[in-house]
Ligand binder design. Structure first.
Ligand code: GUN
Ligand code: ZN
Length: 442
């Protein structure tokens, strides 16, 4: 008896960890309520982690006294937050990130499609998926939502590598049955059957989820969109991800290929591809009707600011979307986006908002990169905040990670002034630690 209870107690002790540092989380959406009501900052806070979950957050000293048995990790003045959630990425484009000189359609044909054609090779897909996930983890991204290629092997590769690392990840087979090279086209039937098989195999396994993934309406026939819409209706537990209204000539092209639709959104809507759980990447050139329908449906726009500047797509009207109550998420769009870092992505979102005449508050930027993206992915009851009952995917930010950042932050009078230089100038050097389900990665 004694031995048994001792063993049980030791088991509990080793599973309980108290991380101390500054803490920052959100009790509400800073686009809807004042920042002071939305954000919760503790200069000396703590996060109690038990069996991979957040058991409590609060004042560091209070938690220390209440849990004398916990293993303590003291991160000093570093800022503990939820890990970043990158809600739109293309892991197969890892090796072609920062390819020079093209706009969307030429960029796809010149750089993207030849690289994606390699992912029928399972070994190449596994190697790239592992490299991509290591790069995102280095940058403090603990959850991703990725496109794969048309090859089922590319989906298997990402899920296997994410599972190996214990990550929460969402991905899907990219579907294209026209306007792509021969070796990158599927068919209505194969895209439906492969997607169905993959989602039945992977959705809900460990921390993995499936997103039904028509690439965008120019590369799908109406019949393919219809088949994928029907599949989503059978599996509403999955997400649906695609691209919309990224560049003006792409919008014209999409409409010429779908003359039955009034606008780009309708090319999806008329085939059952609009609803809660739909993630529309870019959405730079939406009409009023499209905005209102996306808001009504509870679908999400995914802002990809480094991509929108890099490929020359345009300046998203984020304030206008927020005012219409559209759900907004933030993402790198690797490798159309020029960075793996959600810090760099927040900086680009800030700059685009400035070019449109309004400054985003650091709390709004940070919320988009964590809670906003988690909500769009319907994972806000699992990740994206520091709160009891959520999974312990955490990061510790060094707010003085370079001399330039340190000298600016040293003048800060509150947490937002302390954090903003890291948002604007920080990179992977600012990521002092990453925990995946409570497990330290370094
Ligand atoms: N539109 C369709 N496919 C893509 C892609 O891979 N990247 C971007 N940025 N836009 C797209
Ligand atoms: Zn994309």
């Amino acid at each position: 008896m004694l031995e048994l209870s001792d063993a049980a107690r030791v088991g509990t002790m080793t599973a309980r960890m108290l991380i101390l540092g500054q803490t920052l989380t959100f009790a509400n959406d800073p686009f809807k309520v004042p920042v002071a009501e939305a954000a919760v900052h503790e200069p000396r806070g703590g996060v109690l982690v038990e069996d991979g979950m957040i058991a409590a957050i609060g004042l560091g000293d209070d938690l220390l006294h209440a849990h004398p048995d916990a293993t303590v990790t003291d991160m000093g003045s570093r800022l503990l937050t939820a890990g970043f959630v990158d809600s739109h990425a293309h892991y197969p484009q890892t090796a072609i990130i920062a390819s020079w000189g093209m706009r969307l359609v030429d960029w796809l044909n010149t750089y993207t499609f030849p690289e994606e054609a390699r992912f029928g090779d399972a070994d190449y897909a596994r190697e790239t998926a592992g490299r991509y996930l290591d790069l995102t983890l280095m940058n403090g991204t603990t959850t991703i939502c990725s496109y794969c290629t048309i090859h089922p092997e590319s989906v298997e590769a990402l899920f296997v590598e994410a599972r190996k690392r214990g990550l929460r990840a969402v991905a899907g087979k990219t579907c294209m049955d026209r306007n792509a090279p021969d070796d990158l086209r599927d068919t209505v039937q194969s895209s439906h059957d492969d997607s169905k098989r993959l989602l039945e195999r992977w959705h809900g396994v460990d921390r993995l989820g499936y997103a039904i993934t028509p690439r965008f309406s120019p590369t799908s026939t109406p019949e393919q969109l219809e088949a994928l819409g029907a599949l989503w209706a059978e599996h509403p537990e999955c997400l649906m991800q695609t691209h919309i209204s990224e560049q003006t000539d792409e919008v014209e092209w999409a409409l010429s290929l779908h003359p039955e639709a009034r606008d780009y959104l309708e090319t999806y809507e008329m085939h059952g591809l609009l609803g809660e759980g739909a993630l529309y990447g870019h959405a730079v050139h939406l009409t009023e009707r499209e905005r209102a329908r996306i808001a009504d449906a509870g679908a999400s726009v995914v802002h990809c600011p480094t991509s929108n500047t890099f490929i020359g797509s345009g300046l998203l009207d984020l304030a206008g979307l927020a005012a219409c109550d559209v759900r907004i998420a933030l993402a790198t769009d690797t490798g159309g986006g020029s960075s793996f870092s959600m810090l760099r992505t927040m900086a680009a979102a800030y700059e685009i908002a400035q070019l449109r005449g309004g400054a985003l508050h650091p709390a709004q930027l940070y919320w988009l990169a964590t809670s906003g993206s988690a909500r769009a992915m319907r994972l806000d009851d699992k990740i994206g905040r520091l709160a009891p009952g959520l999974e312990a995917d955490l990061i510790a930010l060094d707010l003085a990670s370079t001399p330039a950042i340190a000298q600016r932050a040293s003048r800060a009078e509150d947490i937002w002034e302390a954090l903003f230089p890291t948002i604007m100038m920080g990179d992977d050097r600012a990521i002092a630690q990453v925990w995946i389900a409570g497990r330290a990665m370094r």
